[in-house]
Ligand binder design. Structure first.
Ligand code: ADP
Length: 389
């Protein structure tokens, strides 16, 4: 049941939203701001970052530079996040001085460190794989292989996550990473990976997007199929996990919740991202309200929009860098745009590097339910054949 929004009078006037981060997520948010009558101010290290040209103002500063955030706070009513690599204790000082963060720092606190996040999820009674920490200088205990090692902080797009087959590769990988604090967790032999994109606003309204299937290669998301071809009972389970998380953390904004589905029909939580998420990009071109508009609605005290799909299905394919180059890949982008109904989103990054997310393509799918996944995978192949050659 959805609650009728009752917003505190004084917050209705939010007109400028500050975003810590100026990459593609902030860029896509900037594209949605004008339709809500909002302006974005971004804090980002370089003026050439994707969101900067589309923001009303840019504050130059690293993501964890709280002095820059103090400056950002002067030009907006509320501050939100594009990524979670922030300096929480420093931001807490600003919060105590009255700066409004959404989600609130108490929401973020248990989620920023992968070990603390796992402990928190377990306390909430949510299903997570077995895990334990390994600190610098500690001997590696006897473990079963394969095992998954994850840096406790600053991991993204598979950087800081490794699936290890034996003790030697575990030792070598930890050494190569420079012995940061890590968690070791049981490898989940999943059948599929799923994601729930869900939003909550300050009135307690919750909107959950269709549960999607995500496909990762070398720990990086390659494609997303919406909706996931799963039993209705699994959909309900994923939605219940999303609801529990948003309510228990009193979240305000979008959360991306990554899940594993095992062959016996069990759902496990992999990771929570307290922000807009790659697995929700399809919503920009295939849903009534995109995740970026939804996030802005939530953080600016507006009622949430409908997350429904406008088509029977959609597939989203990431365009990952496959070389180090300074190229805008005009020709490939033109070929991709010629795929019927395809929408190409190009992030305008000045440099390409292997594995770097440079853009994505969304294609709406019109087919009977039982053919959507097959069609989605075929369309993804077409996109990838053009992009990777
Ligand atoms: P990142 O924070 O870099 O996105 P994740 O923790 O989401 O890293 O892991 C990236 C990918 O690695 C997952 O999507 C999945 O394919 C694989 N992975 C992560 N943890 C496990 C696990 N416990 N068992 C099996 N595969 C895993």
């Amino acid at each position: 049941m959805q609650l009728t929004p009752t917003f505190p009078e004084q917050n209705i006037s939010i007109a400028r939203v500050g975003v810590i981060g100026g990459g593609q997520l902030a860029w896509m948010m900037a594209g949605e701001a004008p339709s809500l009558g909002l302006e974005l101010v971004v804090q980002t290290p370089n003026e050439s970052d994707p969101a900067s040209p589309f923001a009303a103002e840019t504050v130059l500063g690293a993501i964890d530079d709280a002095t820059a955030t103090a400056q950002l706070a002067k030009s907006c009513q509320v501050i939100t996040f594009e990524n979670e690599f922030v300096d929480l204790p420093e931001l807490a000082k600003l919060e105590r001085q009255g700066v409004c963060f959404r989600p609130a720092l108490k929401t973020l606190e248990p989620l920023l460190d992968k070990y603390m996040q796992r402990c928190f999820l377990r306390e909430l009674g949510l299903p997570v794989p077995e895990f334990f920490t390994l600190d610098p200088g500690e001997p590696i205990p006897e473990v079963e292989f394969p095992i998954v090692m994850k840096a406790r902080r600053h991991g993204y797009d598979g950087q800081g996550t490794a699936i290890l087959k034996d003790r030697e590769s575990l030792e070598k990988t930890w050494e190569r990473w420079g012995y940061p604090p890590v968690i070791l967790e049981a490898f989940v032999p999943f059948d599929r990976e799923l994601a729930a994109i869900a939003a909550r606003n300050s009135a307690g309204e919750i909107a959950i997007y269709p549960i999607v299937e995500t496909q990762q290669e070398e720990q990086v998301c390659r494609r997303v199929l919406a909706p996931a071809e799963i039993a209705p009972s699994i959909v309900l389970e994923c939605e219940a996990i999303a609801r529990t998380l948003l309510e228990r953390t009193q979240a305000i904004g979008i959360f991306g919740i990554e899940l594993f589905l095992t062959p016996d029909g069990k759902v496990w939580v992999n990771e929570i991202a307290p922000r807009t998420h790659n697995s929700g990009h399809f919503s920009l071109d295939a849903c009534r309200t995109s995740q970026f508009e939804q996030h802005l609605r939530a953080v600016s005290d507006r009622p949430l929009g409908s997350p429904e799909l406008l088509y029977p299905g959609a597939v989203m394919v990431n365009l990952l860098g496959y070389e180090s180059a300074r190229d805008d890949y005009c020709d490939k982008r033109r070929q991709l745009a010629e795929i019927p109904n395809a929408r190409v989103r190009w992030y305008g990054k000045s440099e390409s590097r292997p594995g770097r997310k440079l853009g994505h393509v969304t294609i709406p799918l019109n087919a009977p339910d039982f053919q959507l996944r097959k069609l989605g995978l075929e369309m993804a192949k077409t996109v990838e054949a053009i992009w990777y050659g």
